[in-house]
Write a protein that binds this ligand. Sequence first.
Ligand code: ZN
Length: 427
Amino acid sequence: MSINNAGLLMYDLMSELYPICRSITGDGFRESLKILQREIPIEIHEVPTGTQVLDWTVPNEWNIRDAYIKNSAGDKIVDFKQSNLHVLNYSTPIHEKISLAELKQHLFSIPEQPNWIPYRTSYYRENWGFCVTHRLLESLAEDEYEVCIDSTLQAGHLTYGEYFLPGETADEILISCHSCHPSLCNDNLSGMVLATFLAKSLQAAPRRYAYRFLFIPGTIGSLTWLSRNEDKVQNIKHGLVVACVGDPGKSTYKKCRRGNAEIDRAVIHVLQHSGQAFEIQEFSPYGYDERQYCSPGFNLPVGSLTRTPHGRYPEYHTSADNLDLVQPEYLADSLSKYLAVMDVLEHNKKFLNTNPKGEPQLGRRGLYSALGGRKDSNQYEMAMLWVLNFSDGEHSLLDIADKSGIAFSALREAAKALSDCGLLIET
Ligand code: ZN
């Protein structure tokens, strides 16, 4: 599977998931996981309403079948079947006739973007409402309106998906994405499809690390997983929260709370050598599920690699975060960066130079002749010299990459050649 082809396949999968009305609980979430199960064997967990998860409680399960607003002439002026964003996510059921003034108390719009429907939720405070374009809101005349939200909010379950891919060691890399948003592409169908295709790619390769993929509702899902898996948390050596990976903006990395963890250095290295603009942000206790993984009682080395971060693109949490905003080429570019980060983590080892007194004679060992005609032979030679000099058992390949400015992939290749002829041993 080429990376460009993966971009197209991720886009197709996203298009299939796009119409489903997801929320932090309910059948839309389950249906989405079942679609992803065609690609990777995700295990589906169901946690009952009322379960204590750290300081929180699993809420009632929400499901919705239909919703609309009709005017007195019987015209549907707002229809859930046109866009699931039209309903305030987690709305309680209602079927009443009300005045315009009363209706307006339950309408949400974006005056600055009069043609877009906002995405709003009310998970932890019971309410009902409709999200509409500002253009529609402004056009509403005095009338008696029929509002109908055919939903249920009752005891059920919180659903999440987990795919564990074992490695040679018990050490784990965590990949987590919130999967609770309805028809919104960049935030976060892009993260769901990227995590799925990252898992597919890693399945096929030898792995030092185990990988744990979580498809969870935002906040309550990571709290639930952490609360049920405190014994596994110590195995997580690195992690990334995947979100907003399909828009045209530049890659952005938000560091974990520790700030100088191996994951931070691996991602920054990959972005520095990507040949593209990028941005690095320090950790802050706001954002996606890294907030929970990096809470002080866990303090896991989990950062977040996105493109334009949440809240920083105008389409964010609106109907304009759609299949036009996200494009296959950006999904593919993001996936290639995630794969490069995993490659650094997999191969970031320490070596020992077996001939540390003076430089070993590389030509005698065929290490120069092997380079004949390579355009990058100079860089490759430099990579060998750097690896030999700093392979003292103290410096990892990523340390050497940072010191030398040479790409990790070149150092890795040099270390392989030097190991093959006995000049390096892995510590
Ligand atoms: Zn969001």
